[in-house]
Design a protein around this ligand. Sequence first.
Ligand SMILES: N[C@](CCCC[B-](O)(O)O)(CCN1CCC(O)CC1)C(=O)O
Ligand SMILES: [Mn+2]
Ligand SMILES: [Mn+2]
Ligand SMILES: [Mn+2]
Length: 303
Amino acid sequence: KSLAIVGCPFSGGQPRAGVDQGPIHLIHAGLPKQLEELGWKVHFDGHHQFEDVSAAIGPDSPIGKLKNPRRVSKVCEEVAKVVGEHAKNGQLPVTLGGDHSLAMGTISGTFEKYPDACVVWVDAHADINTTDTTDSGNIHGMPVSFLLGLGEKVEEFKWVKPVLKPSRLVYIGLRDVDAGEKRILKENNIKAFSMHEVDKYGIGKVVEMALDHVNPNRDRPIHLSFDVDALDPTVAPSTGTPVRGGLTFREGHYICEAIYETGCLVALDIMEVNPSLRDAESVRQTVAVGCSLARSALGETLL
Ligand SMILES: N[C@](CCCC[B-](O)(O)O)(CCN1CCC(O)CC1)C(=O)O
Ligand SMILES: [Mn+2]
Ligand SMILES: [Mn+2]
Ligand SMILES: [Mn+2]
C-alpha cells in the first residue's frame, strides 16, 4: 500500500499569515517516517511540495467579495492535478495544508479517479458559503459550495466541476455555521452531525450514522477532509478560526480510526494547522495532533 504526501504551502483562502507553513512543520515533525513505520510506501517528491505555486500570479484584486480569487483558483487547480495523478497511480493522497480552500482541489482530484466517492468533512465550520452568502470573502469558507455547484458561477473557477452530490457529503463537528450556510444545508438536505449530536449520541454512534448515510454498505471510497479546528482549541490551539466547544483529542482520533477500519479511505486532508499562531508549546501540540490524526486515519491502532 502506498501513499503520496502532497504539501500545500498555501494561505490565500484566508487572511492570517502562517498557515502556508503548516506542511513543513508536519514534515519536520516526522510524519513521512511515521507513516512508513505503519507499513506505507511513502511517495514524497519535495520539489512541487513547497514552492508556492501561487507566486506566479500577478495582482489579484477581489472579484465581488472573494479575496485572492485567482491565486486560490490556480493553486487548487494545480492541487487537483497532483492529487488526481497520485490517486490514478494507486497512491493514497495525503494533503497537508494550508487553508481549507485547498479541498476544492483535493476533492476534485479524488473524484477524477473515484467518481462514486463520498466525503466526510470534519470541521467546526461548514465551509459552504456561496459568493452571495459569504460575509468574509475568505474562500476557505466556501470550497464545499463550489464542489456542489451551488451559487453563481465564477469565471475564474470554471475548472471546478460539480462532482459532489449532497447525498455523498456528511459533516461532523459543526458549531459555527453562518445563517446563509444553515439555509444551504437545509435546502440541500445535507446531513450534518454538529457538536450537539456528538454530545447527544456519542462519537461512536455519530460516526456510524454518518457512514450509514453516505456509505451504507461501506463499499464506497471515502475522502476524509479534516480541519483541525474541528478539535477543541485546547487540543489544537494553533489554527486560524478556533471555536470553543470542539471535539476532544479522542473524539477526533476515533473518527480517523473508525474511517480507517472501513478500509474505504482513498484520500486524506489535514488542514488549517497554522504554526505562527500562539506560543511554541501550542504550535508543537497542534502539529503533533495533526501528525497523530493522520497516523490514525492511516492505520495506527491503540492495541
Ligand atoms: N464561515 C466563516 C469561517 C470559515 C472558516 C473556514 B475553515 O476552513 O476554517 O473551516 C466565518 C464567517 N464569519 C466570521 C465572523 C463571525 O462573526 C461570523 C462568521 C467564513 O469566513 O465564511
Ligand atoms: Mn508527486
Ligand atoms: Mn474548514
Ligand atoms: Mn474550520
